[in-house]
Design a protein around this ligand. Structure first.
Ligand SMILES: [Zn+2]
Length: 408
């Protein structure tokens, strides 16, 4: 086959030269905690990213995202705000456009200790793989695309959101809008520890049961009280019976809150659950069962109210997604990688994009493991091959767009 591979060889050499300074940049990014509720940290991280991505020579746009409501531990509705969305766009008028998305929040709050340790090709640091390493891969790939004019006619959008780790409550409608404007998506969550890419994902949702009773003095008039903690315990037991792991449905009571002084009948208790499902139809059934429980445990001086929902729908490939998998796997192979696929119970923004109609591969970041724990690490030698894969995919898409999923 006659095909000019000169720019690809040049990008490969250039990416290798960039590896070491890129790792230093990653370490600096990890030094800044940016938990989803840590607004100052997110602002500081956003400023650092805007600086460090200036070499793309595209002005960064800050997208302000709406607040969202949560029920706090006392049962009160409170509004939360997170950091800005960040956006860089190349040729938004192009016929073909690719969305590159990842989050810049982490699960590590402001007070989390920052221990950074490197041993040869492995870096332990908060967010090293999930997903600051992913930001690094997309930045390197896009810088190479621009520098070597690999696919100059393909439009692309680089989007970073600040709230993925809590289910993207603020960026959800922004993601919906982005999904509608592109042909397909690349999401830079870390690939699995053995380098595999994720195929299908379970759906995930969080619900809160707010149980309200009546306060009373534990010694003087306990009979007039309605103990919300005791009622909540009954709710917890009922919820636990809904687990059907063999059918792919799990209901995890993850947190209970309530109570105060021991001489007082507690009037509020909050029960929080995470649900995973493998079939889209299960969503309706779960909601129905939850509503039944809320109704059953209301009355006799108690109210039990339900809020929440599925934040990540079930991700199962349709024809367009299957085509994208096949094309990306071919591009990866040309870039020197053998890709394997695996399903997972974890959810991410790739699930949302798919539900909004945008086919996407969502584990295009570097390889890492022990995410969301103090032992999180990133395998540094997977950064350049991951970036080279993206460059190759753009190269292949630009030459044969009709063989890829497109909106046209
Ligand atoms: Zn992530």
């Amino acid at each position: 086959m006659v095909e000019s591979s000169a720019p690809l060889a040049a990008t490969r050499r250039w990416l290798k030269q960039q590896a070491e300074p890129a790792v230093e940049r990653l370490q600096r990014w990890c030094e800044q905690n940016s938990g989803s509720y840590h607004r100052e940290g997110l602002e500081a991280m956003a400023a650092r990213l805007i600086d460090d991505l200036a070499d793309l020579e595209i002005p960064a746009e800050r997208v302000s995202l709406p607040g969202w409501e949560e029920i706090d531990e006392l049962g009160r509705r409170t509004t939360h705000h997170t950091g800005p969305g960040l956006l860089w766009q190349h040729r938004d008028e192009a016929k073909h456009r690719v969305l590159l998305l990842i989050h810049y929040d982490t699960v590590y709050p402001a007070a989390a200790p920052v221990h950074i340790r490197r041993e040869q090709d492995r870096l332990w640091a908060p967010g090293a793989a999930d997903a600051k390493g992913g930001i690094l891969v997309m930045h390197l790939a896009l810088a190479a695309l621009r520098r070597f004019q690999v696919a100059p006619d393909i439009g692309w959008t680089l989007a970073l959101n600040p709230d993925e780790e809590i289910g993207s409550p603020a960026s959800r409608s922004w993601l919906r809008q982005l999904a509608a404007e592109h042909d397909f998506g690349m999401v830079f969550e870390p690939s699995l520890p053995d380098g595999a890419w994720v195929a299908d994902r379970k759906g995930s949702g969080n619900w809160t049961f707010l149980v309200e009773g009546r306060a009373a003095h534990a010694g003087r008039n306990p009979e007039q009280g309605r103990n919300a903690i005791v009622r909540a315990a009954q709710v917890v037991e009922a919820l636990d019976t809904l687990n059907e792991p063999l059918k792919g449905r799990t209901v995890n009571v993850g947190r209970i809150q309530g109570g105060g002084p021991l001489n007082r009948v507690p009037e509020v208790a909050v029960v929080r659950v995470n649900v995973r499902i493998t079939q889209a139809a299960d969503e309706e059934q779960v909601i129905h069962l939850f509503e039944q429980i809320a109704a059953r445990y209301s009355g006799d001086g108690f109210t039990c109210s339900l809020s929440g929902g599925l934040h990540a729908p079930v991700k199962v490939a349709d024809a367009a997604a299957m085509l994208l998998r096949e094309r990306m796997q071919k591009s990866a192979k040309k870039a020197g990688r053998i890709v394997r696929w695996r399903d997972t119970g974890g959810a991410c923004d790739g699930s949302k994009l798919a539900a909004f109609g945008l086919p996407n591969i969502d584990t295009l970041g570097p390889t890492g493991d022990h995410l969301h724990s103090p032992e999180e690490y990133c395998d540094l030698d997977t950064i350049v091959p991951a970036a080279q894969t993206i460059v190759q995919a753009f190269h292949d898409f630009a030459r044969e767009p009709h063989r890829w999923p497109t909106r046209h």
